[in-house]
Ligand binder design. Structure first.
Ligand SMILES: NC(=O)C1=CN([C@@H]2O[C@H](COP(=O)(O)OP(=O)(O)OC[C@H]3O[C@@H](n4cnc5c(N)ncnc54)[C@H](OP(=O)(O)O)[C@@H]3O)[C@@H](O)[C@H]2O)C=CC1
Ligand SMILES: O=C(O)[C@@H]1CCC=N1
Length: 273
């Protein structure tokens, strides 16, 4: 278990789907709930339950008498510019600000909150079950101990990669930030195709879900690369080969994935504001 004591007081701004997922992972990994302050005008019901059950402090506006060790900004990019100036008072000499907002650049974050050690990061919702992946980039004010602390926080909910080139974060967002949605949509599409092939609804859904769960777990546990795992399913001239001739054909998955990732990366750049 990672020692997250140095991460408190931790102020989480925005306790929605992403902030909530990370918080659930941190609490699971020993973050002291009494050291957490949540700022959210109207947290979703499941979060309100967690707040009450774990004794966290919930406020609807930034407290005036607190300097945070870590401020995690997890509001929508569209409201970040309005929220950031109000957080400036929480920043003390040791504070590190970690933003998860898609598109919001380090420059833009600093323009909002003022001069501070800031990490721009892109996590994903599997953080909720400790299986996320986050890519992070730091501004010049982030010290080595702060980087170690942020790495510990992010590592408590999954894998962590640091990059030096901020521009990469748009493509990261398009691959791993949004990526879980692509996989969930794959489950939906497989179930629908199963229904159209004649399976009863419930069975089609069960098969699609269990297949992606199992394939994901196999990928997680196996030392083999995805191409080898794919080949292991594919008998010569068998059923999988017939399907892959479609999926890996000219109008198959790759051009669609290229277009989807390009669209998401473009949107990330637009969200800079
Ligand atoms: N969802 C995901 O998979 C990922 C999201 N992100 C990023 O995380 C951020 C949050 O996204 P997500 O969790 O999906 O969105 P949500 O809408 O679920 O969460 C945002 C939360 O912030 C609250 N909020 C709104 N205004 C304020 C305010 N002034 N002060 C404090 N809290 C406020 C919202 O309340 P209300 O609903 O009442 O407006 C909501 O509870 C975004 O910037 C997104 O780009 C990054 C990676 C993955
Ligand atoms: O859809 C979004 O904009 C956010 C960022 C990555 C995942 N969800």
């Amino acid at each position: 278990m990672t020692d997250l004591r140095a991460a408190t007081p931790l102020v989480l701004v925005g306790a929605g789907k992403m902030g909530g997922a990370m918080l659930a992972g941190w609490l699971e990994n020993g973050l002291d709930p009494k050291g957490v302050v949540l700022i959210d005008p109207a947290p979703p019901p499941e979060m309100a339950e967690l707040i009450a059950g774990r004794g966290m402090t919930h406020v609807t506006a930034p407290p005036s008498d607190l300097k945070a060790a870590v401020i995690v900004v997890a509001v929508k990019p569209q409201v970040a510019d309005a929220v950031l100036p109000g957080l400036a008072g929480l920043v003390g000499p040791g504070t590190v600000v970690v933003s998860v907002a898609a598109g919001k650049t380090l420059e833009r974050l600093e323009a909002g909150i003022g001069p501070a050690a800031i990490v721009r990061s892109m996590p994903n919702t599997p953080a909720q079950v400790g299986r996320g992946i986050t890519v992070a980039v730091a501004n010049g004010r982030v010290t080595t101990p702060q980087k170690v602390l942020v790495t510990a926080l992010l590592a408590a909910v999954g894998k962590v990669e640091w990059v030096a080139e901020e521009a990469l974060i748009d493509a990261v967002t398009a691959v791993s930030g949004s990526g879980p949605a692509y996989v969930f949509h794959l489950v939906e599409a497989m179930a629908e195709a199963g229904r159209r092939a004649g399976l009863p609804d419930a069975l089609a859904e069960k098969l699609a879900r269990a297949t992606v769960e199992g394939a994901g777990e196999l990928l997680y546990q196996s030392p083999l690369d995805p191409a080898t795992l794919r080949k292991n399913v594919t008998s010569p001239n068998g059923t999988t080969a017939a399907a892959l001739a479609v999926l890996m054909g000219e109008a198959g998955l790759q051009p669609i994935m290229d277009a989807a990732v390009a669209a998401a990366a473009r949107r990330s750049r637009e969200l800079a504001g």
